[in-house]
Design a protein around this ligand. Structure first.
Ligand code: PLP
Length: 385
């Protein structure tokens, strides 16, 4: 069956050139970089090259890169390090629309005596910056704010926020898992102290991530063990996946233009193609400040899960705006925070494109989806033409 994969904010296809570079690390250069022999030395050199490549995608120094297992680990490590470094400060600032890798951690920290301010957003997903700045105090250990939202693609003004937070001398972390590889992220231009990224969102494999920690920022490791990663993260490095991430970062920089022209044009074509023929649709998020590959569309009066299942029959892979991972049909916390009415939030589909998508795939979705929506609405007791 034809497959049209438009779920790239969930995960991406590993680039073949990336696979080519990672295979020899499994079959030939499989040494442990901490070993004294030549095999270990080779692995160490490979690791060094990958670290340099990854650093360069965010214009950082290689020593500021800590390899982790995923974006979730990086986010946890950043926040928990800030709390450990500042034991007298019991306040965290984040947003209502963070990924669970930040949101759930902050919620669980309330059991350990921490207080979190979850800064609200408006109905376009834009952050209430006044509330953010007025929440900062001497008690605040860290501010953690995502660069771009995984569901709506809304991009927050991270440079401005980082500057304001740093003026107050507070640690600033950004979850840039959805941004790196799609947008230019620059550690010289934007004064974040820590930044998280994840390999599988930019055509590297799952199971490798990075925490950037700016030189001079005091850090307490999450995983305590051997002296790997300058003792910032114990555990033998996952060399094959780290090499893959290095290559993926190299390739991503050469695709920025494609992402922001061709991919964006395909996303726009998809959006217009659907919303111009299907009545009662809403586009969620800040259309003036959005990832070029993402569109979140609400089809009122039907269930996102039903749309997904019917699209799946045509080989179209996308995501809904429901918290389906938890087995609940509650609309996502992001859409709820934006105040999207339940009747729309329930019928929300996120399409997230990549460099592998083609115009004919977009035409295919535009052809197949409108009759699916009509069929579902015809069955809905709430729908009236
Ligand atoms: N942060 C954001 C914004 C994400 O979209 C994701 C994954 O979807 C994560 C963090 C978690 O990354 P990982 O799957 O590598 O743990």
């Amino acid at each position: 069956m034809k497959i049209v994969y438009v779920d790239n904010n969930a995960t991406t296809k590993v680039d073949e050139k990336v696979v080519e570079e990672m295979v020899p690390c499994l079959t030939e250069n499989y040494g442990n970089p901490s070993s004294m022999h030549d095999m270990g030395g080779n692995a160490g050199k490979i690791l060094k090259k990958a670290r340099k490549r990854v650093a360069s995608i965010i214009n950082a120094h290689p020593e500021e890169i800590i390899f982790t297992s995923c974006g979730t680990e990086s986010n946890n490590a950043a926040i928990l390090s800030a709390l450990k470094q500042n034991p007298e400060k019991k306040h965290i600032v984040t947003t209502m629309v963070e990924h669970p890798a930040v949101k759930s951690l902050c919620e669980s920290l309330s059991n350990d005596g921490y207080r979190t301010t979850f800064v609200p957003v408006d109905n376009m997903g834009r952050l209430d910056l006044d509330k953010l700045y007025s929440s900062l105090s001497d008690e605040t250990a860290i501010v953690s704010i995502m660069w771009a939202n995984n569901e709506t693609g809304t991009i927050f003004p991270i440079k401005e926020i980082a500057e304001k937070v740093k003026e107050k001398g507070i640690l600033f972390h950004t979850d840039a898992v959805q941004a790196v590889g799609k947008l230019k992220v620059d550690a010289v231009d934007t004064p974040f102290d820590m930044l998280s990224l994840s390999g599988h969102k930019l055509h590297a494999p799952k199971g490798v991530g990075v925490l950037y920690v700016r030189q001079g920022v005091k850090f307490s490791p999450l995983l305590i063990g051997g002296h790997q990663e300058r003792s910032y993260r114990g555990g033998t490095e996952n060399i094959a996946s780290i090499v893959a991430l290095g290559k993926a970062c190299d390739i991503a920089t050469s695709f920025y233009e494609d992402e922001n022209t061709r991919v964006k044009a395909l996303r726009d074509k998809l959006e217009t193609g659907l919303t111009s023929v299907i009545p009662r649709t809403l586009i969620n998020g800040d259309v003036d400040s959005r990832l070029p590959n993402t569109t979140s569309i609400s089809f009122e009066f039907i269930e996102g899960e039903s749309i997904l299942l019917m699209m799946n029959e045509y080989g179209i892979c996308a995501s809904s705006g429901s918290a389906c991972t938890s087995g609940s049909l509650e609309p996502s916390h992001v859409l709820r925070a934006m105040g999207i009415p339940f009747t729309a939030a329930h019928g929300t589909i996120r399409f997230s494109l990549s460099r592998y998508n083609t115009e004919s795939e977009i035409d295919y979705i535009i052809e197949k989806l409108p009759p699916v929506i009509k069929r579902l609405r015809d069955m809905s007791p709430f729908w009236k033409e």
